[in-house]
Design a protein around this ligand. Structure first.
Ligand code: C2E
Ligand code: CA
Ligand code: CA
Ligand code: CA
Length: 279
């Protein structure tokens, strides 16, 4: 019941025409959004379930469109991927996230790790590793404080090639996480070959964890799989105390979700750090 609208037929309608027009417009505007400085990053805290402290954050892009207001990544990331615009946008994201976290470290707010989502186009880009090395060098952020979130499909498309890139990234010292784990097709036998550090349980499992025995079983299996492979495991989309206590009981390491905080602008993130971590 988690997938819908897979095989609905599409007919040409005036509404579709409007949709196509909106798409064209967004595409055009996306091309100039970077130079107009319209992107920003919000940060969502990651909480260690044992200490209750903020140990890191996920950087999530937002687009402040002059007429449409805040446009969510759901509306433009896939378009950015199709057009290749994700390359300059993705570089901007990595650089901005590294600069931000470095600035927070220098301000004495703690040594938290920032994670950044990586798209397929970025992953297969030839100079990915060298460009990340360059950003780390230029911002002065230690590689240990940068984590890349990759999806299963991204690493499973060309496994041998992916392993090569992942190794190079590990050699740099960055952390690697598999996002939305459980929703894609990943082969368990490959999982142990990937030099990754973290599995992130998809929010679709977390949502019904206390209501649906299957989702609960999948979640518990992912936690034990991760631990037997010596990986950390984080749950995303945690919205209720019940979900939190279930995850804690089953040994999940970290969590992220509206229960603690939605993604917030940098100023608000600093307040959260001061409130919760006493920095
Ligand atoms: P994702 O990487 O799976 O990110 C998690 C999404 O879940 C975020 O949506 C976040 O705001 C939302 N979320 C967080 N806590 C909760 C919760 O408790 N309940 C629910 N229902 N949702 C929660 P957002 O920010 O709209 O981002 C959507 C997707 O867009 C991301 O999914 C990611 O795939 C993509 N994205 C966002 N920023 C970037 C980026 O900088 N680069 C790339 N390539 N993709 C990005
Ligand atoms: Ca993510
Ligand atoms: Ca996710
Ligand atoms: Ca997702």
């Amino acid at each position: 019941a988690k997938q819908s609208g897979r095989d609905n037929y599409q007919f040409y309608t005036p509404a579709m025409n409007a949709q196509a027009l909106e798409r064209l417009r967004i595409e055009g505007d996306l091309r100039i959004a970077l130079e107009r400085n319209e992107f920003l990053l919000h940060y969502q805290p990651k909480i260690n379930l044992r200490s209750g402290r903020i140990v890191g954050m996920e950087a999530l892009i937002r687009w402040n469109h002059p007429e449409l207001g805040m446009v969510s990544p759901a509306r433009f990331i896939s378009l950015a991927e199709e057009t290749g615009l994700i390359l300059p946008i993705g570089s901007w994201v990595i650089r901005t996230a590294c600069e931000q976290v470095r600035a927070w470290q220098e301000a004495g707010l703690g040594n938290m790790r920032v994670s950044v989502n990586l798209s397929v186009r970025q992953f297969v880009q030839k100079d990915l590793v060298s460009s990340i090395a360059k950003v780390l060098q230029e911002t002065g952020l230690d590689a240990d404080f940068l984590e890349l979130e990759l999806t299963e499909s991204l690493v499973m498309t060309d496994v041998e090639h992916a392993i090569g890139i992942l190794r190079e990234l590990k050699d740099l010292g960055v952390h690697l996480s598999i996002d939305d784990f459980g929703t894609g097709y990943s082969s368990l036998s490959y999982l142990k070959k990937f030099p990754i550090d973290v599995l992130k349980i998809d929010k679709s499992f977390v949502r019904d964890i206390t209501l649906d025995a299957d989702d609960a079983a999948i979640t518990v299996s992912i936690i034990s799989l991760a631990h037997s492979l010596k990986l950390h495991v984080i749950a995303e989309g945690v919205e209720t105390e019940e979900q939190l206590s279930y995850l804690r009981q089953h040994g999940c390491d970290e969590m992220q979700g509206y229960l603690f905080s939605p993604p917030v602008p940098p100023e608000r993130f600093v307040e959260l750090l001061q409130e919760k971590n006493d920095t």
